[in-house]
Design a protein around this ligand. Structure first.
Ligand code: CA
Length: 398
């Protein structure tokens, strides 16, 4: 009887050959050597070693210490690499080589897989925007007049994007409780998470040339999960009139795995119906379905809090990309843009504590660990797993 191989996965394993997300890892034996890897089951395939061993025409890209060179190479190369990987993990002739390049997931350290260029965070879920509007502006219309006409966003801080597993120190700052006349300074007492989906730009664009929705898949390399940690008390005091700043910029966590768009093709779905006519650059009424059916799950200290459905998101990632470039701002390899908090219509589908507690708390305590995971429907009843994003809250700096 042949010995069991880690390449033989149970049918419909969420990290099977139909998925093959990319990451960056080191081993205990060689902690200084960051190299690209591909997740297969509960193992990491050393992509750099495979590219060298197999004399891949893309070896120079695949032996780089980040995903950026591969991401910059464009969709034709992404597809060629994905095809070669599929062959490597499924064709028996490659089995001895590939088996020797697998590392158990729990024996490697995962790193931030790409160098973040710019980071933008949208506000694309109507359920979240409405709920947040009711809490932050009671008595006013929940949605601002612009909301159904353009995908609203703010610029985040690229340099504080951290990989899953990184501890997050409770931020300090100014906050002014409603009953107080003047602000005080101290650790945030209303620390929150936001469950989001991130899109990672591979191919840049030319300055002055907007990227139309139809070119989305030529520019976006893949998808990750995002936790946009938010200090609600700092945010509430500082955000008028220019939007979030220090209440968000202390840390944003992303998953260690970037799932290729091609792996999520079976999860494409129509976005919600449009309530107002859209300007031509955002009008997707005649387009292929551009939403993604991603099923998120939020856990706090191992207990499920919520299951936000990304399919309910009003603005699609293609519309977000078109909007963020429509003024001529160009894309760079490594740009990250996130969806904003994903919330569905039901109470068990809300993507942050602000909504889950009606703005009343309880909020995150020191030592709390938040984990966001997700899966998407794949072909033939399979699931496509998205790598989780997890982080623990540490006490504020003394
Ligand atoms: Ca957010």
């Amino acid at each position: 009887m042949p010995r069991p191989s880690p390449l033989d996965l149970p049918a419909h394993h969420p990290f099977g050959p139909h998925n093959l997300p990319f990451g960056l890892f080191t081993t205990a034996e060689d902690p200084g050597h960051r190299r690209l890897g591909v997740r297969h089951g509960d193992h990491v395939l050393d992509l750099a070693a495979l590219a060298t061993t197999s004399a891949s025409p893309h070896a120079e890209l695949l032996t780089a210490p980040s995903l950026n060179p591969l991401m910059a190479a464009g969709r034709g190369v992404w597809r060629a690499v994905r095809e070669a990987l599929l062959t490597a993990v499924t064709e028996p002739v490659h089995r001895p080589t590939v088996e020797g390049l697998l590392h158990p997931l729990d024996e490697v350290t995962l790193h931030l897989p790409f160098e973040v260029a710019d980071y933008v965070d949208f506000f694309a879920s109507e359920h979240h925007a409405s709920n947040a509007g009711r809490i932050f502006r009671p008595g006013a219309e929940p949605l601002t007049p612009n909301w159904k006409h353009l995908p609203i966003a703010y610029h985040g801080r690229a340099g504080t994007v951290v990989v899953s597993g990184t501890d997050v120190v409770r931020p300090q700052g100014q906050r002014r409780p409603p009953e107080e006349a003047a602000p005080t300074f101290g650790p945030s007492a209303r620390l929150d998470f936001e469950a989001e989906v991130g899109f990672v730009v591979g191919t840049g664009s030319r300055p002055g040339s907007p990227v139309p929705m139809a070119d989305f898949a030529d520019h976006v390399f893949g998808v990750c999960l995002v936790n946009d940690w938010s200090a609600r008390d700092i945010q509430a005091w500082e955000y008028v009139p220019l939007g979030p700043f220090l209440g968000k910029s202390f840390a944003t966590s992303v998953s260690a795995w970037v799932t290729p768009l091609d792996a999520l093709e079976p999860a494409r779905t129509a976005p919600p119906g449009r309530d107002v006519p859209l300007l031509p650059y955002l009008d997707d009424s005649g387009s292929e379905p551009a939403g993604y059916d991603l099923r998120l799950q939020v856990e706090l200290n191992g207990e499920t809090l919520s299951q936000p459905p990304f399919a309910t998101t009003y603005w699609t990632a293609a519309q977000q990309l078109a909007h963020l470039t429509v003024n001529g701002a160009h894309l760079r390899t490594g740009d990250l843009y996130a969806s904003g908090t994903v919330s569905g219509p039901r109470p068990d589908q809300l993507g942050c504590l602000l909504e889950l507690t009606g703005g009343q708390g309880p909020w995150l305590q020191d030592g709390d660990e938040v984990t966001i995971s997700a899966w998407a429907p794949g072909a033939d009843g399979s699931h496509v797993g998205l790598g989780e994003v997890s982080g623990r809250v540490l006490p504020a700096a003394g």
